[in-house]
Design a protein around this ligand. Structure first.
Ligand SMILES: NC(=O)c1ccc[n+]([C@@H]2O[C@H](COP(=O)([O-])OP(=O)(O)OC[C@H]3O[C@@H](n4cnc5c(N)ncnc54)[C@H](OP(=O)(O)O)[C@@H]3O)[C@@H](O)[C@H]2O)c1
Length: 302
């Protein structure tokens, strides 16, 4: 069965796989790549203030000729600065709308809990106000841990629809509790960077079962990893510059891994997370520094 949708806690239906614009850079090349994604059949675009290519995403959407309600568009408040001033959630959202050139976003996320430490409830109230005003249809968070979600839920009028998180077999063992908490509170996971075991961490204990399972089902290894992300009932957030690879990603809609395939991947993943834990901590640290330090890197550019 091709990819379909997942129903969020606000009743809206989010397409199960998204095309992300993080690593695409900016300029005409990005527009062409996003257009390629839409042309192949992606109907869900994932961007963010800090990716600095919301405009290109918007141009690609417009040039595609697709209707607004044919494409789900997500953006994120990343805490960017303009000169000496950090842009707040409301003004950032309005800027994102203007850059993308749409009247509403399907989903707006707080990019990381590290951006709102000590003021999670105030930040979330702003997100709720954006939804009430109709600027965004659904609201959610990204890179929130259990304690961050507990703080948010304590005062929230609207529960976050999603939490967009790093999700692949090497981090699964450490993410299980968060996923269980999210399930309990009806918060849908969106899994990003699911291909890290192939792209950034090859050579670990996952390789053997991954390639074996891929061969057994006549699949590419990246398809097996994306099918694994899907097995966690998560929206897949991925990307590629290559048309044939994007077609293979979408074909994952027809892939169903067996319970034993999934268990084998997770057993190997759990071994990897111990040996690769340091790498993961460094990677997470980089995300925090990039988001937390958006000040220095992006002053004046918004
Ligand atoms: N919320 C957050 O903090 C956060 C963080 C990170 C990412 N994201 C979102 O998630 C999206 C995807 O992130 P990601 O790029 O890290 O995702 P990913 O799905 O793990 O990786 C996609 C990359 O994998 C490469 N790839 C695919 N198959 C491969 C193979 N067999 N061998 C080698 N390389 C292969 C592709 O390269 P080619 O272009 O060469 O095909 C592509 O650049 C981002 O664009 C962003 O929207 C969100």
């Amino acid at each position: 069965m091709p990819f379909s949708t997942i129903t969020l806690n606000d009743g809206r239906k989010i397409p199960e796989i998204a095309y992300g614009s993080w690593t695409l850079g900016n300029g005409r090349e990005v527009i062409d790549q996003v257009e390629q994604g839409l042309d192949v059949g992606f109907d869900h675009l994932d961007t963010a203030q800090i990716y600095r290519n919301e405009e290109e995403v918007g141009v690609a959407f417009k040039e595609s000729g697709l209707a607004r309600n044919d494409v789900w568009i997500t953006s994120k408040w990343s805490g960017a600065w303009m000169g000496e001033k950090q842009l707040g959630i409301t003004e950032s959202c309005k800027m994102s709308l203007a850059k993308i050139g749409v009247e509403y976003l399907d989903l707006y996320l707080i990019h990381s809990a590290s951006l709102v430490q000590g003021r999670i409830n105030e930040a979330w109230a702003e997100m709720e106000a954006l939804q009430t005003a109709g600027l965004v249809k659904s609201i959610g968070v990204s890179n929130f841990k259990i304690d961050d979600l507990k703080t948010l839920l304590h005062k929230a009028k609207v529960h976050p629809a999603v939490n967009q998180i790093l999700l692949h077999p090497y981090v699964y063992e450490n993410t299980k509790d968060l996923l269980a908490f999210m399930k309990e509170h009806n918060i849908v996971p969106e899994g990003y960077s699911g291909l890290i075991p192939l792209t950034k961490q090859p050579g670990g204990p996952l390789d053997k079962p991954l390639f074996k399972i891929a061969k057994k089902h006549n699949l590419a290894p990246e398809q097996v990893l994306l099918a694994w992300v899907r097995s966690k009932h998560a929206v897949i957030v991925t990307t590629s510059s290559k048309r044939d690879r994007l077609e293979r990603y979408l074909a994952v809609g027809d892939v169903k891994l067996s319970d034993s395939d999934i268990a084998e991947l997770e057993k190997a993943g759990a071994k990897g997370h111990k040996t690769l834990g340091l790498w993961q901590k460094i990677a997470l640290g980089v995300v925090c520094v990039v988001l937390g330090g958006a000040a220095g890197a992006f002053r004046g550019n918004f």
